[in-house]
Design a protein around this ligand. Sequence first.
Ligand code: SF4
Ligand code: SF4
Length: 169
Amino acid sequence: MEERKIISEHYAHLLQRAAVRHADILKRMRYLSKLTKPSFDAKVHAWHDEVFSSIICTDCGNCCRNYGPRFRETDIKLMCKASGRNPLEFKKRYLVPDSDGVGYELRELPCPLQNEDNTCSEYEHRTLSCQEFPHTEGRNIQKKLVGLALDSLYCPAAYLICEKIMAEY
Ligand code: SF4
Ligand code: SF4
């Protein structure tokens, strides 16, 4: 059996730095989330592209081990259709209703769809929540900075993007 791949030493080291810097990062992101800086989204989009151009997510896989994505009915339907699964059985086996009643969350982590090599067995049909993580490509990023600060504790890319935001602001 193939051995489960874990996070690379380099990314583990980045997360240690993120933990040491966390109080500062959280404080700054909280402050920035209350302001409106011009062209903020565009700047973060550029940093997102820059950071992810050198991040190899399959050397990390930490979001799939630590982050419980939201499964909307649409996500479940698309994923199950593509993989020939029964949506009711899928929900029963892997999901529970989420706390705000909008969709579902994983019964347990790591995500059962994560392969041993850190790839996603349903990559083409993964949830919107997975596609958008760590939410640095969308709009109104400034309002979601506290979430980014929390994500930076287990996502090396989110941490590097936080550092770029802090260097600029
Ligand atoms: S669905 Fe795929 S991308 Fe999303 S958490 Fe699970 S393994 Fe990761
Ligand atoms: S998105 Fe972040 S946590 Fe997920 S695999 Fe890539 S670097 Fe790791």
